[in-house]
Design a protein around this ligand. Structure first.
Ligand code: ADP
Ligand code: MG
Length: 351
């Protein structure tokens, strides 16, 4: 599925120590599964083998259910909603999680001045980013078609939510929650683990990671992948319950005539964004951090600071095409960078 397509951007450093922990018995459990078209990894600390395996089964099923409910292209409750909107009809949603996604989407859309815009499914389809395999991409959309969709200007402010009845003033609205569904999914997964009595865990869905508790007496330490696609750029120790989300243009993109087109689209231009190669946001809410990492990628170096403030984001790290690393001061206090990267850091005004 396009929503959850690429492999993970964030590697938990702890995983590299996996051999050590599995050797010491029941303290550390780690399991991977493939769902949403992406690798999901669950790491648990301090529970019995049996409890870990039960919990991981529950989480696996939950992810599969979310995948079925939120799929933007294959038949799902979401595509039914999209069809109704395209036909100019109101639609009653039966799936509660979809309603919650829509409400969050409205809030993040407003806070980001519409740079996070999950109604641009038609543009995403036009560019071919709903295809799992982007390597076979052979052409670009026509400028007329792009201009047409930009002029139709779908947005979350076209949407009316009355109880669970959804209507749109604009039939060009086509929902695609790919920019924040994985972040929301890790929120729900961590919530479920807590309900199951687990206190220390990391759930990582394709680079969208949420941690709770600790790994023994130490905080979870995670690595943020280098935008070159190779190795780790920075390490961060996480607080009690936090998400780390990275949007990057180096995993989901296609190349045409030597130019790279990334899967994040500037809704104002109808075209893939350029400039930033990676944007990392830390926040308690995975859904917000995910929406923000996409919105800040669109905002670019000019506007990220303003949009981050509007979205109430406190920790941001951005990397541009030249490899310059931008951070706000409180982010700088948290990230550990290798010496050769430190000279590339530019510190912004506080958020
Ligand atoms: P990643 O999957 O790398 O974490 P994002 O969270 O930024 O990336 O999500 C990118 C996906 O969001 C795209 O594949 C597309 O489905 C959708 N999308 C692209 N541009 C936007 C945008 N401006 N607003 C909302 N969704 C977008
Ligand atoms: Mg995102």
């Amino acid at each position: 599925m396009k929503i959850f397509l690429h492999s993970f951007l964030i590697l938990t450093l702890s995983f590299s120590l996996l051999g050590l922990f599995t050797g010491c018995g029941s303290k550390f459990h780690h399991q991977k599964f493939y769902v949403f078209g992406t690798l999901v990894e669950v790491s648990l600390w301090g529970v019995s083998e049996q409890k870990a395996s039960e919990a991981i089964n529950v989480i696996t099923q939950d992810f599969q259910t979310m995948h079925r409910h939120w799929h933007a292209w294959q038949p799902s409750p979401l595509t039914e909603l999209n069809q109704a909107i395209a036909a100019g009809e109101a639609h009653t949603i039966q799936e509660p999680s979809l309603l919650l996604l829509l409400k969050k989407a409205k809030r993040f859309y407003n806070q980001s001045d519409g740079l996070f815009n999950p109604t641009i499914g038609q543009l995403i389809g036009l560019w071919g980013f709903h295809n799992e395999d982007l390597t076979s991409h052979r052409s670009l959309p026509s400028s007329e078609k792009i201009a047409e969709l930009v002029t139709l200007s779908p947005g979350m402010d076209d949407i009316e939510i009355e109880d669970n009845r959804i209507s749109s003033r604009n039939p060009a609205v086509q929902f695609d929650f790919g920019a924040f569904a994985k972040g929301y999914a890790v929120d729900l997964a961590v919530k479920k683990l807590r309900e199951l009595g687990i206190q220390n865990a990391i759930v990582n869905a394709g680079g969208n990671l949420k941690a709770m508790g600790k790994k023994g007496d130490k905080p979870w330490l995670i690595g943020i992948r280098h935008p070159s696609g190779k190795g780790v750029l920075a390490a961060v120790a996480l607080n009690e319950e936090e998400s780390v989300i990275t949007s990057g243009n180096y995993e989901r993109f296609f190349e045409y005539e030597g130019v790279r087109y990334s899967h994040i689209i500037d809704p104002r231009k109808g075209k893939p964004v350029r400039g930033l190669t990676s944007v990392t946001v830390i926040n308690r809410s995975g859904a917000l951090a995910d929406a923000a990492s996409t919105a800040l990628t669109v905002a670019g170096l000019q506007d990220w600071h303003r949009i981050a403030r509007q979205m109430n984001i406190k920790y941001v790290m951005l990397v541009d095409e030249k490899g310059t690393i931008y951070m706000n001061p409180t982010m700088e206090m948290r990230v550990q960078l290798p010496a050769h990267e430190k000279s590339k850091v530019v510190i912004s005004e506080p958020l």
